[in-house]
Design a protein around this ligand. Structure first.
Ligand SMILES: O=P(O)(O)OC[C@H]1O[C@](O)(CO)[C@@H](O)[C@@H]1O
Length: 549
């Protein structure tokens, strides 16, 4: 056990508790803005194309200073530097954490075990670009000589969510001649729906799995191969219709995919941090190599900012600290991410893995139980749909839910004039929501509208609901890269403060082992020794329901 004081015993932590109980016991955004209207400009940080406004938070300059002191005391920047240097900061797996090397310029040098990994990164990027170009041009054909018109990515978790999210986000930049789909669920319905209207002779499967042992992915890939061979009736077809994205060449070869058609990456790329590695191949085919490089440039803008900006102007640090402020000092349990862009419909689902798999931990790096809250429940869907569903609870419920609002000044290119004109209405809703959440409506304001006394309480909005507003001109590949890197580093900051390993995911293992044990009971009716009574009864009920009477 290390001899540094436990987090909640640090003076910087107790200073924040005192601050919360004293000066900010009853924060009021109306008062804070009245006392300092300039906070609307002062509490803004710019990174690349992102304008991040954190003025509508329950904070003062003192809060921010105290939070920064906590960050300094917990060596956030030291750990950041160790990450960028390639040190093995994923302690439980003994691995470096180098997703930042995936977007490093070709002349950079980042060493793992004495070897510069950057040339290897660029060699894979070049190989991907060559292959993507051949698929897009029609030079890479299927087994029967037909052009590839459909690309199906088979993967799950980090091998699915990133490219699937980014494909949606960047649809305006995709080659509309190509159909690109994503299959992740081991429910056979997922693959069924993805391929039912596709011609096998024109379909390329990309099997994406870091380990190439993930049961869902291998099962779906095996079924996809059977679907292909049922139609093309020649084993040799696999070589033209299957490529692999993996770190495990041996398993790729065992599956029957030629390793010449494998795009590799490395154990220092975590699954949920892998989408700018070879895992992005489906996206690169969809948007083209140049746009993919723009995306990487966007990531790099925020990497450079995180590495060099001073604490007062460091966006990931500020956002991470705000999350700590609410999660640890206001008992907030969740964090909403609310993009006002239809194209970002999968963004929050992507962030769920990024944040919750990274920081959903309850022991410290050295295995001691934590006695403080760690990662929040991350949730949300695009506005304005959420406004007509769950915003009621955010406005008038009993829970404090900090929220990020993400919006753009322009609609994506390609909408006709009439649809593009709807953008102002979308954004009017965006600004109205953050305004209402922050400033609410007092009982007196409600009364002044002539509302009968018995309805005043119902129509009152307490306000003081904190939000961050992230604005950019438009959603481009670079801006998407900037947004993702912003959240990656925010999650990093919080994990560093909470002293947890944000880069392992042991919590997903038990379910995998138990599923393997239970499966024979479902398929073959085998006895599973040692099954607990509840699960045994459920298995029996399942088998009974399964019988055709
Ligand atoms: O890419 P793989 O090895 O198939 O893993 C898929 C996902 O499974 C997990 O290991 C656990 O769910 C994720 O971290 C990962 O992104």
């Amino acid at each position: 056990m290390s001899d540094t004081p436990e987090l909640i015993r640090r003076p910087e932590w107790t200073a924040l508790e005192d601050h919360r109980a004293g000066a900010l016991a009853r924060p009021d955004l109306r008062e804070l803005f009245a006392a300092d209207p300039a906070r609307a400009e002062r509490y803004v940080v710019r990174v690349g194309d992102l304008r991040i406004d954190y003025s509508k938070h329950l904070i003062t300059d003192e809060t921010l200073a105290l939070l920064r002191e906590l960050a300094a005391a917990t060596d956030v920047f030291e750990l950041r530097d160790a990450m960028f240097r390639g040190e093995k900061i994923n302690v439980t797996e003994g691995r470096a954490v180098l997703h930042t090397a995936l977007r490093a310029p070709a002349d950079a040098a980042v060493e793992v075990d004495g070897e510069n990994v950057v040339p290897g990164v660029h060699a894979v990027l070049d190989k991907m670009a060559g292959f993507a170009g051949r698929v897009r041009s029609g030079e890479w054909t299927g087994h029967t000589g037909r052009r590839i018109r459909n690309v199906v990515n088979i993967g799950i978790g980090g091998s699915d969510l990133g490219p699937a999210m980014a494909y949606e986000a960047l649809r305006a930049f995709t080659d509309r001649e190509l159909t690109v789909r994503f299959v992740s669920n081991v429910d056979g319905a997922d693959l069924h729906e993805a391929v039912r209207d596709l011609d096998p002779a024109e379909t390329l499967f990309i099997v994406a799995s870091k380990t190439f042992t993930t049961i869902e992915t291998i099962t779906n890939a095996t079924s996809a191969r059977a679907w292909l061979l049922d139609a093309l009736k020649d084993e040799a077809a696999v070589a033209r219709h299957f490529v692999a994205l993996s770190t495990n060449a041996e398993k790729v070869a065992d599956f029957g995919i030629d390793t010449a058609n494998m795009f590799g990456f490395w154990d220092w790329v975590g699954g949920r941090y892998s989408f700018d590695s070879a895992i992005g191949l489906s996206l690169m085919i969809a948007i083209g190599p140049d746009r993919f490089r723009e995306l990487l440039d966007g990531f790099r803008i925020v990497d450079d900012h995180f590495r060099t900006a001073p604490a007062e102007a460091n966006a990931p640090l500020i956002l991470g600290l705000l999350g700590v402020w609410y999660g640890n000092f206001h008992d907030a349990q969740s964090h909403a991410v609310l993009p006002y862009s239809h194209y970002l419909s999968k963004f929050t689902a992507y962030l769920q893995q990024l944040d919750m798999e990274s920081n959903g931990k309850s022991v410290t790096r050295d295995g001691q139980p934590v006695r403080w809250q760690t990662g929040p429940v991350v949730w949300g869907t695009p506005g304005t749909n959420g406004q007509h569903a769950y915003y009621q609870l955010i406005h008038q419920g009993t829970k404090l839910i900090p929220a990020d609002f993400i919006g753009f000044a322009r609609p994506v290119a390609g909408l006709d004039d009439r649809l593009a004109a709807q953008h102002d209405l979308l954004m009017a809703n965006f600004f109205a929501q953050t305004q209402a959440l922050a400033f609410g409506k007092t009982p007196d304001e409600v009364r002044a509208e002539g509302v009968p006394e018995d309805l005043v309480a119902h129509k009152t909005f307490q306000g003081n609901h904190p939000t961050t507003t992230i604005l950019a001109r438009e959603l481009t590949p670079s801006v998407l890269g900037q947004l993702i890197a912003l959240y990656e580093h925010k999650v990093f900051v919080q994990g560093a403060i909470w002293n947890i390993d944000s880069f392992d995911q042991w919590g997903v293992e038990l379910g995998k082992v138990l599923a393997k044990r239970v499966e024979p009971a479902l398929t073959e009716g085998a006895d599973v020794p040692g099954l607990d009574p509840s699960t045994a009864a459920l298995v029996a009920a399942y088998r009974e329901l399964k019988e055709v009477h």
